[in-house]
Design a protein around this ligand. Sequence first.
Ligand SMILES: Cc1cc2nc3c(=O)[nH]c(=O)nc-3n(C[C@@H](O)[C@@H](O)[C@H](O)COP(=O)(O)OP(=O)(O)OC[C@H]3O[C@@H](n4cnc5c(N)ncnc54)[C@H](O)[C@@H]3O)c2cc1C
Length: 462
Amino acid sequence: MSTPAARLDDGLLAELRAIAGDRVVTNASVRERHGRDESYHPGHAPDAVVFPQSTEEVVALVRACAARKVPIIPFGVGTSLEGHVAALQGGMCLDLSRMNRIIAVRPEDMDATCEAGVTRKHLNEYVRDRGLFFTVDPGADATLGGMAATRASGTNAVRYGTMRDKVLSLVVVLADGRVIRTSRRARKSAAGYDLTHLFVGSEGTLGVITELTVRLNGIPEAISAAVTAFPDLASAVDTVIATLQSGVPVARIELLDEVQMKALNRYAKLSYREAPTLFFEFHGSDKSVIEQVETVKALARDFGGADFQWAARPEDRAKLWQARHDAHYAAMALRPGARGMATDVCVPISRLAECILETRADIDRSGLVAPIVGHVGDGNFHVIFVIDPDDADEIRRAQAVNERMVLRAIAMDGTCTGEHGVGYGKIGFLAAEHGEALGAMRAIKRALDPGGIMNPGKILAP
Ligand SMILES: Cc1cc2nc3c(=O)[nH]c(=O)nc-3n(C[C@@H](O)[C@@H](O)[C@H](O)COP(=O)(O)OP(=O)(O)OC[C@H]3O[C@@H](n4cnc5c(N)ncnc54)[C@H](O)[C@@H]3O)c2cc1C
């Protein structure tokens, strides 16, 4: 694969300005903000940030960069966690946030077509009055384009699926400026290669997503949430497995370990028990929610879960889930001045208890501060290492625990990342996970981006 060496020079800058005018920005603070995500990975500022307003503008901007082999890094709102938006070789950052029109909502088909810069909260506010919601919830108010590009999921994927399940069709500007639509709106299709799912999870390395059609769901008649603490991590995870095996269509089932619960209590002035805890949410009719709750309550009791705290009113539920979504920032607050190194793995559910327990023991042996939280219904969990960014030894120890955790997950037939993606942080693990299949991925990259200009240095090492 050829490596783009070209920098964005004054000649190209003039061309970009002829296309997008004063929406081409070279101010240092804007460039720096666009070269880093929410992770601990060092940022790399792009040479310019451009804010396109239409697919046609994206085409013109991509063509201008492609002609000079200048890198292009698509950008949503920068909430990714593995160094995804770092401009490792400089180039043009394409910030899609001004492409934020909701083009169509079709209640009868339960889908919506949006520009890539629409955020999930924006879409949800827009469709709520029609009794619909967009289910994928990674906590952060990310763009749909960024969520598709990272194959994001989050708390209610256990019931409703991830971006892989929710994206019906994409409009993509390829690395040479050609525009493709990956599929029609039909709920299913057997017509040719599945390009939609090729671009979902491609992290800006194959093209720029400018438009998405996503599936929506009906807002359930009844929603109820609950929190319950367990004597140890194994009992909490066993409750998850028993819940899934019993067929209860639980909408959310989240694990927070005792370190995370302590962090939450301190951060949000709450008074939860500082023990491994499960957060649940149940969706359905009034009758079915009551049935689900009773079943799970009985299962949890078998594993020592006690003191179910219920939240049926919307404001109480919002408070409960806010506490869950605050997990990252609560962990940071355990050590003022620290930075978060968030990492995730995912394993088959039957290996989840083993993987979490071995990882918890490894963290404890390392002497690091690192809560575990997880979308455990999917076998997915996160470790948030709370590290001193100036302490090289501490960073090294955290990276070593992370590496052991990832290799443990892969050895259990799991993956190095269930939802955060690869960026450049997890790039070193893909060979262990994919083996020969990595060669097929390289062939796809070469075919769609022969100049290697699309977000270079991500997913595949140059
Ligand atoms: C506190 C916190 C908690 C989180 N929890 C979760 C979680 O539970 N589950 C989860 O899945 N994620 C989680 N995330 C990460 C999640 O927010 C991001 O991965 C998100 O999906 C990225 O969207 P974005 O708009 O911020 O994209 P960015 O971060 O701007 O970009 C992400 C990647 O997508 C590419 N990209 C962006 N837009 C486009 C486009 N239009 N076309 C092509 N490529 C594009 C970029 O080049 C980059 O590689 C969390 C993040 C934070 C900060």
